[in-house]
Write a protein that binds this ligand. Sequence first.
Ligand SMILES: Nc1ncnc2c1ncn2[C@@H]1O[C@H](COP(=O)(O)OP(=O)(O)OP(=O)(O)O)[C@@H](O)[C@H]1O
Length: 314
Amino acid sequence: MISLRGLTKRYGDKTAVDGLDLDVSPGRVTGFLGPNGAGKSTTMRMILGLDRPTAGSALVNGVPYAALRHPLREVGALLDARAVHPRLTARTHLRAVARSNGIAVSRVEEVLETVGLTGVAGRRAGSFSLGMGQRLGIAGALLGDPGVLMFDEPVNGLDPDGVRWVRELVRSLAAEGRTVFVSSHLMSEMQETADQLVVLGRGRLIADAPIGEVIAGSSVNAVKVRSPQASELGRLLAASEARVEQPSTDELIVTGATIEQVGRVAHEAGALLYELSNRSASLEQAYMELTASSVEYTTALLPGGPAETRKTRV
Ligand SMILES: Nc1ncnc2c1ncn2[C@@H]1O[C@H](COP(=O)(O)OP(=O)(O)OP(=O)(O)O)[C@@H](O)[C@H]1O
């Protein structure tokens, strides 16, 4: 369990994390989302005692990280996969981490096996690809068999096979009853992996809800109707305050009305229907709407010029 109360971090006059209240619960995967600069890494660093909060608290299993007697046995984290000495072999690195945390060295071979690095464990970490480095970072997180796991962008640099492997690993860790907190910018991956979503914007909590609720809140959710009487039906629906688009002569896209309401209007009008279906938003669409006003770095197409990345006024 991770508990944040009024968690705040300021760097000079920049507030990176702004009064965050949040519980990350065990037994499910909690996805941690937010635009660049939203404060995700800073939050994770404070949970791990790597940054000191300006105000508020971050507790792991009820205590600050610094007060944990055997930190790696309580919380494992992958923050920066490059944080391994390049001249050490994967095995030597993991053995050193195990020894310094009172973890049996035999555990090293187990985690190497879990992440699929047994065959290259004698190679220097500096020769590893980005994907192998990510696997080594994950092995380090798993070393103490902790109940709480935090992964910052774990699929960064992984090939499709590796992405699937991380998804399955993360889900199985949650199924074992662990607290799993994962940040990612890959919405399609989050949609497949997370149960709960926490969305940050400019250091503040924008959403903390089951993924289904986040998607259901999108205005992109709509009802699709195909009917030879689409125009007539469209007029009736518009009169009942639904918003209606007619992309083709026999098709309507209706927002602001449930599928039951649309079905009833069609029935009362005696309209013949070829199709009546829900069109669900993707997580990406729901996320874009949620964070639209919190994006710090936007790309603007300037008249007569190429796309330019500019910083909007905060
Ligand atoms: N050491 C630091 N000194 C000054 N400002 C910092 C420092 N670390 C982070 N920041 C600022 O705090 C804000 C939050 O940064 P953070 O890295 O936590 O965001 P993030 O959500 O992890 O972003 P990304 O998705 O790009 O990794 C940013 O505006 C960043 O520039």
